[in-house]
Structures are given as C-alpha cells and as structure tokens.
Ligand binder design. Structure first.
Ligand code: ADP
Ligand code: MG
Length: 694
C-alpha cells in the first residue's frame, strides 16, 4: 500500500536508508553519513558518549563548582552590562539561594523573555565566583508557572554529533530505530551465553537509561557489559573467519627453511639470543607448511627482530622463490636494506630496493623486471612494493615491519600479490601488548615473542627534569659529547602539523648550535626530503655529527649503537609507549646510556605517574601494562577507535578477562551458527579483511 503522497515502497526495516525515517530528509541523511549512519539499523549502534542528569532540580544553595546541574528558580534581577564584554545577566532564586545566568550572545527577544517573576529552568556547568554560583550560556526554558518546568524522567544521552545534526534530532531518530528493532529476530534473541538480556534490551537501556547512573557512568552497567561482550565476540568471530579463509589457501612450502636459518646464523656477526633462536625455529616450522604462515613477532625495541626477518627471506630465496620486506618509512626501509645487504651479500645475495626515492626509470624498471621474472629475489622497500604496477612471479613470503602503520588496503594488496598461492605472512611489531593478551587480541595470528635483549646492553638510566633546567642539560650534554658520546635531542609534537613540528626542530637545532659551538649538530624532521634525511642519519651514524635534533620521526627502528644520550623535550606530551620506543634508540651499545625527560611544569598527576613509570622500569611489557592502567581510569563511554583494532565499546586490554569464554563461543558459533556469526561480524566489524595484519 502506498503511503500518503510518497511513492510506494517496501515496508520500513532496519536495512532501509535513514531517509525514510520521519524527520530525516535527504539533507539530514547526507549529514548522518559523517557519523557512519546510512541504514536505520546504524542508528541503534550510535551510542552515547556520556549522559546528562536532569532528573532533579538542585537547590541553588548547594551547587558545587564543575558540577553540571539542573536548577529551577524565579527571575529576580535582569540587566545588560556593558563593562568589558556586553553581557546579559539574569539572577534567579529558588528559595534556597540565587544563581546568575550569563549570556554573551543574545538578542532583544531573548532578553525580554526573562521578565522578573517568571520561572526559569536552566541546565549547565556551575562555576562559583565571588558573586556566588553562575552558569555561562546554560540550556534553559522559561514559563509563567513552575509546574510547566519539570525534570526529565530519564538520563539524557549525549551523542557524538556532526554539523547540522542536533541532540534532539538524533534522539528522535534513534527512538524510531528502537521501535523498528522490536521486529528484528536477531536483536531480540536471548543468548544465555552472553547473558539473559537481548541486544535490544541492552540498547534500550543505554539509549534511554532509567536509573543506575553510577554504574552507567562508570561503564560497569550490565547493559554495557552485554554490548561489550557482543562486540568482543564479533571481533573474535571476524578474526577467526579471516584466519580460516587465509589458511584455506595453498602456500609455497619452503621445505629447507631450517637449513637457511643455520646458514644465516653462520654469517651473522653475533650469536642469536635464546629467544631469537626459539622464534627462528617457530617461523622456520611455519614456512615448511603448505598453508600460509600467519605469524606476528613481538619484541621490544632492540630485541633483534630483523634477524627473524632475514632468516625467513633467505629461506624463501634459497627455495627459488621471492620474498619482500616492507617498512613504513623510507628511513627504516633503507636501514633494513643496509642491514640485510651486510648479512646477505657475503652469501652472494644482493637485495633489491624499491621506494618513492628510486626515481630513475632504468633503476626502477630493473627492480620490476627482476620481480616479474621467475627467479629468486629478495626485495626491501616501502609501500612502493605494493603498487599495482609491481608484479611478482613467485612471491612466497611477505615480511612487514611495524605492521600497525599500514592501512587495510595495503595489507590486502600485499596478500594478493601472491596470486593463486597465498604468501606466508610474517609481521613484526614493537608495540608491546601485555604477554598474556597477545593471543587474545590477535586471534587471527600466531604470536611469537622475543622476550630477551641481546647481551651486553646496559640499561638506560632515566631522569625527569623541568624545562627550567634546560641550560644545565645543554651544558652537561656538551661535556658528554666532548668525551666522545653521541646524543639525540627529540622535539615533540606541539600540534598535529608537520610544518610546525619541523619549525620547532629547526629552532632547537639553531639554539643548540649557538650554545655548543664545538659540536656538529644534525637535524632530521618530517618535512625534509628522503635524501636529506638519509644524509643526516648517515652523518650521525658515522660520527660526523655528534648531536642529532629530531622530531618523533626517529621513533621507528633507527639504529645507531654509539648514541648513548636521549633528551626528550616536553616529554609529558607523549604516551608511555611512544616514550619507551624513543628511549629504545639508546642503550644499544655497551656504554652506559641516559635518557633525560624534560617537562613543562607544573606536571599533572597523570603526567607524573607516566614519567615515574618510565624512570622505574625499562621493560616494554610492564610499561604497556601500566599504560593500560593509567588509561583505563576515567575513560569515556563510547569511543571511536581502540588502537589499530577499531572497536567501538570494548577495549581488549581493559576487558581482557571477558575474552577467553568468548573465544570458545566463537568457535562454536562459527561451526554451528554460521549465519548468526556473519550477522554479528557485519554489525560490529564490517569487513573482517581489516584485521589482516598483512
Ligand atoms: P628491533 O628491530 O627488534 O628493534 P634490531 O633487529 O634492529 O631490533 O636489532 C637491534 C640491534 O641489535 C641491531 O644493531 C642488531 O644488529 C643487534 N642485534 C640483534 N640481535 C643481536 C644479538 N643476538 N646479539 C647482539 N646484537 C644483536
Ligand atoms: Mg626493527
């Protein structure tokens, strides 16, 4: 049946475009796309960021600063002040005391509405000054009788917004979606494995909470936990499904991988640590299989992950196949090319190199030809190796360094370079995840952990000093350099702008050159050309410059063993893990190394806790755990992204103990309820290909 005036269409369902909802025309639905809302069902999972409690009028006499409160009172005084900023000032009184409302933007009609004797209900953040409590630009309603101004029955959910979409609009649309959801069998189904309530029960509570404010705000309400479990389950399902799909493809079995490991060990200038030996054996075993390896190697900065990569690359080469190592930055790719060159050239193998920097047509073409020919090859480079124009005749293995720096498309592209046969996948990450969690967080991967540093490393001593002692730090730096040491000076990001970042680094370099005229000061930042960066890095590595000023671009993987001092300016701006990664650039040689964390006082409680953690431990996994604890407190309800895993509500670290039973459930559902599994994956994950840690 056609409904009034509009053209005939299928009945409204959760799959329908939001345009068909009341109050959402084409203009609104276009805007909703910015919030990732396309279909009616998407509204259900647009979750509140927080709640406002307008269920009670607070007495004016008891308003506290920084609290948000709902207040109802009679207008006792109104005036417009011209001193300083033009301000409309309205004083209301509720019998217990007075509250001042201040408006800087107002028109005459607004001003006139606040007539003495009328009633006002206001909601806003309370400030308490000399003239008592006030609110700046509160939300308000005015009436002649107090009964007209009643508090809400429920907490008011506050949603993430976009231009042209208001809270009331979203609430109305979400209300319609919740109505329609009653007819959806999956949303109303009860799965005792997840707990008694249905997904819809949980969504209703979260969108229209009645009570239990404390629990909701602390994110411990059963309705929230129900959705967190469902999201974690969906991710487990997605990761398992992806793994199944990848493992179903044939791979080139590298039968003599173990021999290649032995061959590499012979040529290395050092003996691998026990942990390296173990991981070498694990990867070699995977490579001999007819199904693709899906392995993640985790190891703290400096733990020696490159050796693992080298052995795998060599194994593929000796088997007569091709293998690539992809790094996220030019600098890192070049460093890998040099390291691998040094280890493999004595064995008669010269790795190919490809990046944006290889511009000469002939040089580029030579690499492309070598990879397109059915001959063994090892190629090292940046994502240039993943371009469509690069064809591989016999790709058996892909190694990806710092996998989290690559996007979904790049991961998929790399996987598809193997043609009918899936390449073995080895990924390396220095982002430490607490040991016990790695397997649950990366359910699609086998995880190897290098939990031992090469011998002869002296732990880095760390001190935290206020910026006010900068001159003293520079003086001591000069003295240390005079004794043959080398140092990094890291300028941290002030804004999300490479430009400003580069300027800050240039200014720091100029200052250091001025104060330490006898020292050669190098400079590396993100705005420099690859060649310039390379020249600077090389000069530092060769000892031509002794002090290297850098932005956080040096964070990833750069290796200069003689550098033993790291100064980090405004360290309070960086996260724990990032600071740990930076500090990992020193302490690689036998010299005693120092890390100086300079901060801008006063340091908040959180900042202090962070710097203390760093001072007290050098174990990346312990730091990750602490990072988690510090982050965990006071987090918002609905977040967009959890690291590179992309979760909405759950945090796999914080919610770790919920995961193990869900893993079993995921296995069970994949086998016995595959359709339901697909639905959940679609609801929470979208395309599971996004997990492919290449
Ligand atoms: P990661 O990539 O894990 O941060 P690298 O592979 O860059 O670490 O290794 C860091 C440094 O330690 C390199 O200079 C490397 O040659 C050296 N190295 C690696 N393994 C050992 C070892 N077993 N003994 C001594 N030095 C090692
Ligand atoms: Mg590395």
């Amino acid at each position: 049946m056609a409904d009034s005036g509009k053209k005939a269409r299928a009945p409204l369902t959760l799959e329908s475009d939001v345009t068909y909802l009341k109050g959402a025309g084409p203009a609104i639905s276009t805007r909703l796309r910015a919030l990732n809302i396309y279909a009616v069902g998407d509204l259900l999972f647009h979750l509140p960021l927080r709640y406002e409690d307008r269920r009670q009028h607070q007495p004016c006499a008891r308003l506290r600063p920084d609290q948000e409160a709902l207040v109802r009172g009679r207008v006792v005084d109104v005036d417009v002040r011209m001193a300083g900023r033009r301000t409309l000032r309205v004083v209301i009184d509720d019998g217990t005391g007075a509250l001042t409302l201040r408006f800087f933007h107002f028109n005459n009609a607004q001003r006139d509405a606040f007539a003495a004797g009328r009633w006002v209900q206001a909601y806003g953040a309370v400030r308490v000054g000399l003239s008592g409590p006030d609110m700046v630009h509160p939300q308000y309603r005015i009436a002649d009788l107090p009964e007209t101004l009643q508090p809400d029955d429920t907490l008011a959910p506050i949603y993430p917004l976009t231009t042209g979409i208001t809270q009331p609009r979203l609430r109305a649309l979400i209300g319609q979606a919740l109505e329609l959801a009653q007819r959806d069998a999956t949303l109303t189904a009860h799965w005792p494995e997840l707990d008694g309530q249905s997904t819809l029960d949980a969504l209703r509570t979260i969108h229209h909470p009645k009570g239990e404010v404390e629990a909701l705000l602390a994110r411990t309400h059963p309705a929230q936990l129900r959705l967190v479990r469902e999201e974690l389950l969906a991710h487990q399902l997605g990761m398992r499904l992806l793994r199944q799909r990848l493992k179903a493809k044939p791979a080139i079995a590298i039968s003599n991988a173990q021999a290649a490991v032995a061959e590499l060990i012979q040529t290395l200038p050092f003996t691998p640590t026990g942990a390296q030996q173990r991981v070498l054996a694990e990867t070699a075993r995977d490579l001999t299989q007819t199904r693709p390896m899906l392995r993640l190697v985790q190891g703290d900065v400096g733990s020696g992950k490159t050796v693992i990569a080298a052995a795998a690359l060599l194994a593929a080469y000796r088997h007569g196949a091709q293998a690539v190592l992809v790094a996220p930055t030019e600098l890192l790719a070049e460093q890998h090319a040099r390291t691998l060159g040094a280890w493999l050239e004595p064995l008669g193998i010269t790795p190919l190199f490809l990046s944006q920097r290889v511009k000469k047509k002939a040089e580029r073409q030579a690499v492309l030809d070598a990879l397109a020919a059915d001959a063994p090859a090892i190629a090292v480079g940046t994502h240039a190796l993943l371009q469509d124009s690069v064809h591989y005749a016999r790709l058996a293995l892909t190694v990806v360094d710092e996998q989290h720096r690559f996007g979904v498309q790049q991961r998929v592209a790399l996987r598809e370079k193997g043609g009918a046969r899936a390449p073995h996948q080895l990924t390396m990450s220095a982002t430490p995840i607490p040991r016990t969690l790695a397997q649950t967080v990366y359910a699609d991967l086998d995880v190897s952990i290098i939990d031992e540093l090469p011998p002869g490393r002296t732990p880095v001593t760390t001190v935290a000093l206020p910026n006010t002692r900068r001159d003293e730090v520079i003086k001591r730096l000069g003295a240390a350099i005079g004794q043959g040491r080398q140092a990094y000076w890291v300028c941290t990001l002030i804004e999300e702008s490479e430009e400003l970042d580069a300027q800050a680094a240039e200014a720091a370099a100029a200052l250091l050159r001025e104060q330490l005229p006898q020292v050669q000061v190098g400079l590396v930042h993100g705005r420099m050309k690859a060649e310039q960066k390379d020249t600077q890095m090389r000069a530092f590595k060769d000892g031509i410059s002794q002090l290297l000023v850098a932005t956080t671009v040096i964070e990833v993987g750069v290796d200069v063993p003689n550098a033993s001092i790291m100064v980090i300016e405004n360290a309070e701006r960086l996260g724990l893990s990032q600071l740990h990664q930076l500090r990992g650039r020193v302490g690689r040689g036998a010299a005693v190394s120092q890390c100086v964390l300079m901060y801008q006082p006063p340091l908040g409680e959180m900042g202090q806790a962070r710097l203390h953690t760093l001072r007290d431990t050098t174990d990346g996994f312990a730091i990750a755990q602490r990072d988690l604890e510090l982050r965990g407190a006071g987090e918002l309800l609905g977040r967009k992204q959890t690291g590179d895993i992309g979760m909405r509500l759950a945090d796999p670290m914080r919610d770790a103990e919920l995961i193990p039973p869900l893993q079993q459930l995921a296995d069970h559902w994949l086998q016995h309820r595959p359709q339901l599994a697909q639905q959940l994956i679609k609801r929470w994950v979208g395309d599971p290909a996004q997990y492919a840690a290449v």
